[in-house]
Every structure is written in C-alpha cells, then in structure tokens.
Write a protein that binds this ligand. Structure first.
Ligand SMILES: Cc1cc2nc3c(=O)[nH]c(=O)nc-3n(C[C@H](O)[C@H](O)[C@H](O)COP(=O)(O)OP(=O)(O)OC[C@H]3O[C@@H](n4cnc5c(N)ncnc54)[C@H](O)[C@@H]3O)c2cc1C
Length: 644
C-alpha cells in the first residue's frame, strides 16, 4: 500500500477533514480491498483513467470518494512517465482488444483497438498530442440538444484543467507560438511545447510545404487551442510539463496531474487499483426511476465479488469502450437484447452502446530520410514526439470546390420518410448517410439521429471546419506523415455478448461504412502523397521516398487510392459517442447534466458521452468534460444540502 505521508483512520475521513493541517497529503492508493478505509462512500468513480481521476479529485475536496480502477498503479514506470519513449512501446498499461472485423481492401480485415488500463488510463499511454475541440464542433454538440455545451461555455472548463507553459524565446524562434487568452495557467494538467523544441527544421519544412501545396489557403496559426476554423497548420503542444527536479520533460497524465502531486492530495479520496467494477447495484422506485446504491467489485485477476455502497452518486468513467458494457451488465440498455443474454432489464435505454464512433486513421506512412539528412541535421539531436506539426484541412482544401458542393447536400432538409423512400434529389453519396446502414447494425437508435448529426456536421463544413488532420512525426530514419479523418459519419456500436464481466464487449466502429468517409480518406491519402512530393519537405526525403512508402503516387486513380486506404487504415483510437449526450428520443443516454436518463444518480463523464466526433484529439477536451461534470455534481450536492 502506498500512502502520501500519512494515512488516516476511516473515521477521520468521514468526520475530520476540516481539522487536518493545511496541505497534509492523505490520498490512499491501495490494491488490497481489505485496506479500504470505508465500505460506503459519497461518490464511487468507476475507472481511474483520464476523466475519472479528474472528477474524483474535484469531488474529494469535500466528500468521500472511492475510485475503482481495473489496472495497476504505475507511478514509477519510466516508459510511461518519459514522453519521449517511442510511441507504441509496450507497457503494463497498454492493452488492445480484438474489435469487430472491418471493411478492408479484400473484404474484411481484423481491427485491434488499443486503450490504456492503469491509473491515468489513456492519458498514461497516449501520444500526448494537445489539440482541443473546435468551436463549431462544440456549438454543434450544443445544437444537438445540449444547452451549456457550446464553445463559449465549454472553454472555461478546459482552461480550468490546464497550466500552459508559454514557449520561451528560443522555442518561438524555432516555430512555437500561442494565444494566451485561450489558455489556463493554474490547472493541474501541464501543457507545453517540448523543451527543447523537437525537430525545428522538419517543423519549418512541413509548415511551408502544407501552405504552398494549398496556395496559402491553409494558413499558419499561432495556437491549436482557440477553437479554430479554416485550414491551418501549426506547431503542436503536448500534455507534458518540465520537471525542475529532474530537469526533463515528463508526461502529464491524469494521474500525474490530478492524483500524485502533493498539491492534489485529498483526505477523502481512496483509490482501489487492480479491481474491476462488474456492474452497478440499483433500486427501482414505484415510478420506475432507478437509483444506484453500490457497485459490484472483483479483483481483475479473479476472485471474490464484493459490494461497496454509495450514498450520493456513481460516476462512470470507464471510457467509451467499457462504460456501455458496465451499464449493460447492470441491466441498463436495450431490454430486448439484454433479455436474450439472460440479464433482467432494469431500464430500457437502447442508446447505450449505440452511436459509437472513431476517426479512421492512415498511420505507418513513413518516408525514408535522404542520406544527407540524418536525424541530427533535421532535429538538432532532439528526442522524438508524435505529431509535432499538425495541419488541418477543410473540405474545400481537401476535396476542392466540386467536392464541397457534394458535401453541401448534407444541408438538405430530410425527414425519416425522405430517407426511407430515398429522396431522389440527393446524390448517392449523401443517400448513403441515410441511417439505414447504421440502424441495421445497431449503430444508431433511429434514423433521425444520424440525419441530425449529419446536418450539424454539414453546418460545420459550411464554415470551413477542418475535416482531416495530418501530423508530422520525426524518427531516427524516417519522417512520418499520418492522416486522420476528424468528422466521420460512420456509426457503430459497443455491445456485451456474454454476462462474463472479464470478457471484452463487441466493439464495432463500422469504419468507412458511409461513402462520404471513404471519399474523405481518399482525399487525405492524395494530400499525403502531394506533401511528400513537394519541397521543401521532399528535400528532406530520399529520392524514392514516396515509392518506398507504398503511398499511391500523384497519378494513381481514385480506385487505386481507395484500395490502398482500405488496406492501410486503422483505428484512430479516439473512441467516443457510445453513451451519447443527446435527447433521449434521438437515442441519447445522458442529459446535458450527464445524468443517465431514467436514473437519479448515475452519471457518466468520459469519452462515451461525446455525441459527435468533434475532438481532433480527445484528451484536453475530456478534461473539460470532467471539470464540468464535477461542477454539476458538487452543485447538486450543495443544492440538496440546502434544501434539507
Ligand atoms: C494509444 C493511444 C494514443 C492516443 N493519443 C492521443 C493523443 O495524442 N492526444 C489525445 O488527446 N488523445 C489521444 N488518445 C485518446 C485519449 O487518450 C482517450 O480518448 C482518453 O484517454 C479517454 O479518456 P477516458 O477517461 O474516456 O477513458 P480512459 O482514459 O481510457 O479511462 C478509462 C479507465 O477505466 C478503466 N476501466 C475500464 N473498465 C473498468 C471497470 N469495469 N472497472 C474499473 N475500471 C475500469 C480502464 O482501465 C481505464 O483506466 C490516445 C489514446 C490511445 C489509446
């Protein structure tokens, strides 16, 4: 058991927090349930990942909180803490599940879905790329029926989570930049450019090439966190902080931001690692309202199941892959389906697990360096990081004005009838986003859901919202240019297919099942080959770099590029939407207050609630979700205390 300076008896946790000397650390982190300070907590947080630890930290300022995390505490693991560890290095936090097979160039192909499982969750293994959602994207989330979630309301929560370190004069000379007014300067999460700046020579070449390839329609932006619209390219900051003691950059995982630092110690907080929440214990009132009164917990390695009680709320933060499975095992989901598995339905909520989405990703696109350009001449010998330059292209940039005209068909006012009858004025591209496909796989609950989402996405396109992202990574022998679709319209599902809680659910993102998503990825692949063939970026590469990389050349036909896309693409691992925050009649699962419909105290506060894939990278936005969730939860507790 690891404690911070002092462990207090459970009675102190209940009644004496106000008497503790200021600043005395007291968070308890254990992996043995017999050492739990209490058997009943005000709040139980399910999953100690990116969002879970952030929510728990804020709640534990005034209340007793237990976090149950399936994975281990890896506080001393240098592969995790060092942000320059080669991306993808195996670690005891890095796991993957076999997702459902997906469309490939020769029919179907397997799809592994990677996730983090330890304190910090995904933030302990991710690429640390620090992008925020877009203002148009957040406004679309609000327009979907979520008052209070538009960009202007949401930005302060992202700022609250962050301590931004502005670039120093040398970093600025080398290309780093920022807009102070959009940042936070006193939150737990460190966000900064690498010190020293990584690969400045490559950064410069990448930026000018992207700009010139698109005739300067893609501009250089100072800051990726301002809710950007239009096409742009920028140096990227990461979730890292400079550690004065070690004199080196460190990963700012959720654990290193909200849990471990002395400043973040909470007398009321207990964290139980190596234990899985199998399901929630609920009671149903005569009116049908469901209340969680506890959680069923089991050691992840197997063993005795036990119950822990909760008096106020359960906050589910097990991530977009696993949160729906926990609800489903608790009898909350599609009743017909659950009955088929032998689970007694508690609440019929068909949206649980539907609307699952991920951003398809063209990764492993590597261009060999020119022999004269070894890594030292390009980077100055600096370490590597993923995505040091990021370019966002709009539909107009990526598809040209003709393509944009096609995408504008999204704006056609469609009704369910139009869809089922197949409105003749729409071209086939757009008809394919009729919900039939998604509906048939359980990817949306009713057709209007996808149409509403498509319309909001169309509005975003109309203001030249970015639709694809390119990121440039320097490595020892190659420069990588990876591409990701930002606003996919394909929708899949998460569904348990056994009552065994140790089994992974079926996770099926239905990548590229909407034709428009394929078209966008084909455009993205063409941009990658243009960039690799255009100076000054091409000057850094070997003469045969494009051919050696396998990326189709600029003269390849659309069909050749499509086949390459289908064989190459992989999961973007920005899973969202599987417990969507949207109106219940659209198939939503949680209200704008993140409360599960039909329940009095089951809250969800992780990536699964994001209804539209408007976060180019999820982490910094998810901290905003966690901060907002904590505020709503605390406010309710205070309101209830006053009304007693
Ligand atoms: C390899 C990789 C690279 C990425 N790169 C980036 C990037 O560069 N930039 C960026 O912004 N985002 C990136 N992301 C995405 C980002 O990290 C995730 O979207 C984010 O971490 C999700 O946060 P979450 O709180 O929803 O879930 P998580 O952080 O996944 O937390 C969920 C936690 O719940 C635990 N859990 C699950 N089930 C149970 C259960 N039954 N009981 C108890 N605990 C449970 C898990 O072990 C996990 O710790 C990346 C993700 C991955 C996997």
């Amino acid at each position: 058991m690891r404690l911070y300076l002092q462990q207090f008896l459970s009675v102190y946790i209940l009644v004496l927090p106000a008497l503790l000397p200021q600043g005395v650390p007291a968070t308890v982190i254990i992996n043995d349930s017999s050492e739990l300070p209490l058997q009943s907590y005000d709040y139980i947080v399910v999953g100690g990942g990116t969002t879970g630890l952030a929510v728990a930290n804020r709640l534990a300022v005034e209340y007793s909180v237990l976090v149950v995390e399936r994975g281990p505490d890896l506080v001393d693991n240098e592969d995790i803490n060092n942000p320059f560890t080669t991306y993808g290095t195996p670690s005891p936090c890095r796991f993957s599940m076999e997702g459902a097979p997906q469309i490939g160039s020769n029919g179907v192909k397997p799809m592994r879905l990677t996730y983090g499982s330890c304190l910090g969750g995904g933030s302990s293994i991710n690429g640390l790329m620090g992008a925020r959602p877009t203002f148009a994207g957040m406004n679309a989330v609000e327009a979907l029926g979520n008052p209070g979630w538009g960009w202007n309301n949401f930005l302060p929560y992202m700022q609250k989570s962050e301590t931004f370190t502005p670039p120093d004069p040398i970093q600025i000379t080398e290309g780093a930049d920022y807009i102070a007014s959009v940042h936070g300067f006193s939150g737990p999460v460190g966000v900064s450019f690498a010190q020293p700046l990584v690969a400045p020579k490559m950064q410069g070449a990448a930026k000018s090439t992207v700009k010139s390839v698109f005739d300067d329609a893609v501009t250089l932006t100072p800051d990726m966190g301002d809710g950007f619209s239009g096409g742009h390219v920028a140096s990227l900051y990461h979730h890292i902080h400079f550690n004065q003691t070690l004199q080196s950059d460190r990963r700012s995982s959720s654990a290193w931001s909200y849990l471990y630092p002395e400043l973040q110690q909470r007398v009321g907080l207990a964290v139980l690692t190596g234990h899985r929440v199998n399901s929630l214990v609920t009671l149903k009132s005569a009116s049908g309202n469901v209340t969680a009164v506890g959680v069923r917990v089991q050691p992840t390695s197997g063993g005795q199941i036990f119950t822990l009680d909760v008096s106020k709320e359960v906050v589910v933060t097990a991530g977009a892959l696993y949160s729906p499975a926990i609800l489903q095992r608790s009898g909350i989901g599609n009743s017909t389906y659950l009955k088929g598995l032998g689970i007694t339905p508690v609440l019929d909520l068909p949206g649980v697990g539907a609307n699952f989405q991920d951003q398809p990703y063209l990764v492993n696109v590597s261009f060999p360096l020119a022999p004269s350009n070894n890594i030292t001449s390009i980077t100055g010998g600096a370490d590597t990081l993923v995505g040091v330059v990021v370019a966002h292209l709009t539909a107009r940039n990526a598809l040209g004005s003709e393509g944009l005209e096609q995408l504008r068909y999204f704006d056609v006012t469609m009704t369910d009838d139009d869809c089922s009858e197949g409105a003749t004025e729409m071209n086939s591209l757009i008809r394919n986003i009729s919900a039939d496909k998604a509906l048939s796989v359980g990817g949306v609950v009713q057709s209007q859901t996808l149409i509403t989402q498509a319309r909001l996405t169309a509005d975003a396109y109309e203001i030249d919202h970015p639709i694809v992202e390119f990121f440039f990574n320097p490595t020892l022998t190659v420069l990588q240019v990876w591409a990701q679709s930002i606003l996919p319209l394909s929708r899949g599902f998460i569904r348990i297919n056994t009552t065994d809680p140790s089994e992974d659910p079926i996770a099926d993102a239905q990548y590229l099942t909407q034709d428009v998503d394929v078209q966008i990825m084909v455009a993205a692949a063409r941009v990658v080959s243009k960039i690799a063939s255009s100076p000054p970026f091409s000057n850094l590469l070997s003469p045969n770099a494009l051919a050696d990389s396998g990326v189709p050349g600029v003269n390849a036909t659309d069909d050749q590029v499509k086949q390459w896309v289908l064989s190459t693409y992989t999961a973007g691992i920005h899973f969202v939407g599987s417990n969507a925050m949207m109106p219940k009649d659209l198939g939503g699962v949680v209200s704008p207050e993140l409360l599960v419909y039909g329940t009095s105290n089951i809250r969800i506060a992780d990536a699964s609630v994001i209804p539209l894939s408007v976060f180019p990278h999820t982490t910094l936005g998810l901290y905003g979700v966690a901060e907002k969730a904590a505020e709503v939860i605390v406010q309710r507790a205070k309101d209830e205390a006053h009304s007693i």
